[in-house]
Design a protein around this ligand. Structure first.
Ligand code: UT7
Length: 331
C-alpha cells in the first residue's frame, strides 16, 4: 500500500467585524499611519468585541463553516488540535470548549502553545496522527484574541496585533499530497524578548502584577525582528534545499504575517518573486496563530491541486519553522 500522507482537504477562517485602523490608533498612542505602514505594512486589524466572547467563539464560526463546506458533521471529527496563546481559560483547554460548543462528541483534543509558530507545530502534529493510519479526520485550529493581552497604551505592541482564526481539516491521502516535510525549531533563550510577564506559575496574578501592567504582551521588537529575519529565511531556504525545490517550483510562500519587512527578507532569500507571496497583513495585522490559516482561507479559490506551498513562521519562544505542503485540491 502507498504511504499515507496528511492532506489539507478544507480550510476556513473567521475575522471579527470591528476594524481598528491606523488613524484610530493615532488617537490612542503617539504614532502615525505613515510610521506603522512603512515599518510594518499594517493598515488595519480586527478586534473581537462583545462581553464574554473568546477565542473559541471565533473557532465556532470558522469550524462550523468548514464542516458545512466539507459536507461532514462535528461528530466526524476525531481529534482537535487548537493552537493559541489566548485560550478562553488557563484550563480546561479551548479544544474542550470548542468540542462542546460545536457538538463534537467523538473527538478528543488539546491546546498547543508555540506562539506565532503554533499553527505550523499543530499542523505537523496533526499530520503525524493521520500518517499513523489510526485517524482519518483531524481538525487543526489556529487563532488568537490578541486584543485580550494587548496594552492599548503601548505603541510598541498595540499597532501590530489583531484578532482572527483559521482552521484546516486533515485527511489521509495516498497520492503524496499534503504535508511533505518540515523543519521546526525552538530556542527558549528567546523568551526574554517576547513574553507575558505575569499570570503563569512563575508569577501568579496579584494586585501588583495588574498595577504593573504585566498581563500584557511585552516585546523587544528590534531584537525579535533581528532573529525573525534570519530564522524564517534560514528554515525556508532549508526546506527548499532538502526537497530539491527551486524558486520556480514554489507556487506560494505562505509566511506568518508579523512584519512586511520580515516577509520580504524571507522571499528574497528563497528567490521567490512578490507575485508568489500570500500577504494580507495590511488588513488583519498579526493574529499570531491565525495568520497562516487565514492566508490559506483567503487564497483557497486560487489554489490548485499539486501546488507547492512553503509555510513559514517565527514567534515567541523563540519558535520557528517551515513546512512544505503539496496542495491536494482545486480551490
Ligand atoms: O510575530 C511574532 C514575532 N514578532 C515579530 O516578528 C515582530 C518583530 N519586530 C518588528 O516587527 C519591529 O521591530 C517593530 C514593528 C515592532 C518595530 O519596528 P522597528 O523598525 O524595529 O522600530 P524600533 O523599535 O527600532 O523603533 C524605531 C523608532 C524609535 O524611536 P527612536 O528611538 O529612533 O527615536 C521608537 O521609539 O520608532 C519609535 N517607535 C514608534 N514610532 C511611532 C516605536 N514604535 C512606534 C510607533 N509609532 N508605534
Amino acid at each position: 500500500m502507498n504511504k499515507i500522507t496528511a492532506a489539507i482537504t478544507c480550510v476556513n477562517g473567521y475575522v471579527p467585524e470591528y476594524v481598528l485602523s491606523n488613524s484610530e490608533l493615532e488617537k490612542m498612542v503617539d504614532t502615525s499611519d505613515e510610521w506603522i505602514t512603512s515599518r510594518t505594512g499594517i493598515k488595519e486589524r480586527r478586534l473581537l468585541k462583545g462581553e464574554g466572547l473568546a477565542t473559541s467563539d471565533m473557532a465556532v464560526e470558522a469550524v462550523n463553516g468548514l464542516l458545512k463546506k466539507r459536507g461532514i458533521t462535528a461528530n466526524d471529527i476525531e481529534l482537535i488540535i487548537f493552537a493559541t496563546v489566548t485560550p478562553d481559560l488557563i484550563f480546561p483547554s479551548s479544544a474542550c470548549i470548542l468540542a462542546d460548543k460545536i457538538g463534537a462528541k467523538n473527538a478528543w483534543g488539546y491546546d498547543l502553545a508555540a506562539a506565532c509558530s503554533g499553527f505550523l507545530f499543530a499542523l505537523e502534529t496533526g499530520a503525524k496522527f493521520i500518517e499513523s493510519g489510526k485517524y482519518t479526520k483531524v481538525l487543526v485550529v489556529g487563532g488568537d484574541k490578541m486584543s485580550s493581552i494587548i496594552d492599548y497604551t503601548d505603541r510598541n505592541t498595540c499597532i501590530i496585533f489583531g484578532d482572527g482564526l483559521g482552521c484546516v481539516l486533515l485527511e489521509p491521502n495516498t497520492e503524496g499530497f499534503g504535508v511533505v516535510d518540515s523543519v521546526l525549531k525552538i530556542d527558549g533563550n528567546g523568551r526574554h524578548y517576547l513574553h507575558q510577564k505575569a499570570g503563569g506559575s512563575q508569577k501568579p496574578p496579584s494586585h501588583e502584577t495588574v498595577d504593573a501592567r504585566e498581563h500584557y504582551v511585552f516585546q523587544d521588537g528590534k531584537t525579535v525582528f533581528k532573529f525573525a529575519v534570519t530564522g524564517m529565511a534560514d528554515v525556508s531556504a532549508q526546506i527548499m534545499d532538502r526537497n530539491n525545490l527551486t524558486a520556480d517550483d514554489v507556487t506560494w510562500l505562505v509566511p506568518h504575517q508579523a512584519n512586511l519587512r520580515i516577509i520580504d527578507a524571507t522571499a528574497e532569500r528563497m528567490g521567490v518573486g512578490k507575485d508568489k507571496i500570500m500577504i494580507n497583513i495590511e488588513k488583519f495585522g498579526n493574529t499570531t496563530n491565525g495568520t497562516i490559516p487565514l492566508l490559506l482561507w483567503e487564497w483557497e479559490n486560487k489554489l490548485k491541486k499539486g501546488d507547492n506551498l512553503v509555510l513559514s513562521a517565527f514567534g515567541g519562544g523563540f519558535t520557528w519553522g517551515s513546512i512544505y505542503v503539496k496542495w491536494a485540491y482545486n480551490g
